[in-house]
Each structure stands twice: as structure tokens, then as C-alpha cells.
Ligand binder design. Structure first.
Ligand code: PEP
Length: 257
């Protein structure tokens, strides 16, 4: 089945709402100048929460084809959860994708597989597409246990999802040792785990569901290495951190062919 590639830029805790409007306009202008086909390759920006309103206003007002993503959401929809952000609010702001289980949240905020699974369900309750991040530490990779580790994260995060829901999840395989380190996985490393994720989904659901799921690679993706990663049969896009802060570089990544 033909899967529409997705390139998503995770700005992390960079770029305030004023800088965001400049970045988004430059990105849109650069992509249009290069005649980017937004239907053939989706482009998503994932700013900090405080930038979402400004970016959404630009996307709506100027009819930009960029898709809006958020970096996290609460497992709850409302209540006494100071500092958390509800999926209800994100959906109202025009957010389409939401990162769930990024390693910086799993590690820095003790997010367990159970919390990640609850966030995936919160995304579905609010018509948001979960962009589920999975990936192993250097220790796990050195022990050769990356596939078993990622398989366990997949099983936990998809728990209780119907096949119809599962088919719409976007999974990002992000080896932790490659995030923000300049250390990129080889195309074969990326294919090994992305292929294993699809095989696990076929086992949990069926071939058609597994074939529908988009699996991205993330970890020090740049314009110079994206083409060889995107050439892998089970890689359907990229989740880009640092390089997404430069609109010209990010636009080049979006045009990986
Ligand atoms: C990320 O934060 O998801 C990421 C992949 O970061 P970087 O591209 O900087 O490695």
C-alpha cells in the first residue's frame, strides 16, 4: 500500500512565539519556491505549546499547507492537573499530530509505557493522530536487544486500540543514542527496526493494518543523510529535531528525493 511520507520538525524547547512566525513563513516560502508537493510529502511543524496559537493563526490566515503538531498531551481531558495540556485544547487550536512518548519525556519525566499508552488513548479521544516515539538506549543497542526493546514499547502503546485506530498511528523509531548527538543510525539499522515494528503490528493486528501504519526514523536527520534513510522500504518519513530549526535545511530534508 502507498503510504504518504511525513516529515515532522520537533522544535523541542526552542523558538518563542515571535520567532515561530518568522520560521514558519520562511519554511513555507522556501518549500513553495521549490514547488514542494504538500500532498505527496506531508510537512508538520511541532512547536512548543506557547507558539501553537501564533503558528495556527498563520496557517489558517495565510492558508499554509503545513500541518500543526504538539509535543505532548495529558492523559486526562480536564481537571486538577496543573501544568498539563489537554488534548481537547490542542484539537481546538487546530493541532493534528501529537508526539507521545518522546525519549526526552520518557527519560526526563519518568513516562512509563503505561503513561504513554494512556496518552495514545487521550489522543484518539480528541481526534489527534498520535506520533508515537519508540527507541532504545545505547546500552540496549550494544546488547543487541533493540528489536525486543522496541517490540515491547509497541505492544504496550497499542494495547486496547482497534485495528482501525492502529492503522492511523504514526510510529517514530528514534534510537536514543542518535538523538541530538550527530550520530545517525545507518540506513540498515533504521530499516531493521522499522521493519520489525511493521512485523510486530502484523502479528498484533494483520498485514493490512501493519501496511497502513507510517513508520518514521528520527535521530540526527539532515539533508545530507535523509535520502538514504528514506530509500528504506519500511521508512515512511522522518522526525527531525535540531535541523528543523533552520527553515532552509528543514525544507531540503522535506525534499529528500
Ligand atoms: C528528536 O528530537 O526527535 C530528534 C530526532 O532530534 P535530532 O534530529 O536533533 O536528533
Amino acid at each position: 500500500m502507498a503510504r504518504t511520507p511525513l516529515i515532522a520538525g520537533n522544535w523541542k524547547m526552542n523558538i518563542d512565539h515571535q520567532q515561530a512566525t518568522v520560521l514558519v513563513q520562511k519554511l513555507d516560502w522556501t518549500l513553495r519556491d521549490k514547488k514542494h508537493d504538500f500532498e505527496a510529502v506531508e510537512v508538520c511543524v511541532v512547536p512548543p505549546f506557547t507558539d501553537l496559537r501564533s503558528v495556527q493563526t498563520l496557517i489558517d490566515g495565510d492558508k499554509l499547507s503545513l500541518i500543526l503538531g504538539a509535543q505532548d498531551l495529558s492523559p486526562h481531558d480536564e481537571g486538577a492537573y496543573t501544568g498539563d495540556i489537554s488534548g481537547v485544547f490542542l484539537r481546538k487550536l487546530g493541532v493534528s499530530y501529537v508526539l507521545v512518548g518522546h525519549s526526552e519525556r520518557r527519560e526526563g519525566h519518568d513516562e512509563t509505557d503505561e503513561v504513554v499508552a494512556a496518552k495514545v488513548k487521550a489522543a484518539f479521544r480528541n481526534d489527534l493522530v498520535p506520533l508515537l516515539c519508540v527507541g532504545e538506549s545505547l546500552e540496549v543497542r550494544q546488547a543487541g536487544e533493540q528489536v525486543a526493546h522496541v517490540d515491547a514499547q509497541i505492544v504496550a502503546a497499542f494495547e486496547g486500540l482497534s485495528a482501525a485506530q492502529a492503522a492511523t498511528v504514526v510510529v517514530a523509531y528514534e534510537p536514543i543514542w542518535a538523538i541530538g548527538t550527530g550520530e545517525v543510525a545507518t540506513p540498515d539499522d533504521a530499516q531493521e527496526v522499522c521493519g520489525a515494528i511493521r512485523a510486530k503490528l502484523a502479528e498484533l493486528y494483520d498485514e493490512a493494518t501493519a501496511d497502513a501504519v507510517r513508520v518514521l526514523y528520527g535521530g540526527s536527520v539532515k539533508s545530507g543523510n535523509v535520502a538514504s534513510i528514506m530509500a528504506q522500504p519500511d521508512v515512511d518519513g522522518a522526525l527531525v529535531g535540531g535541523a528543523s530549526l533552520d527553515p532552509v535545511e528543514f525544507a531540503a530534508i522535506c525534499r529528500y528525493q
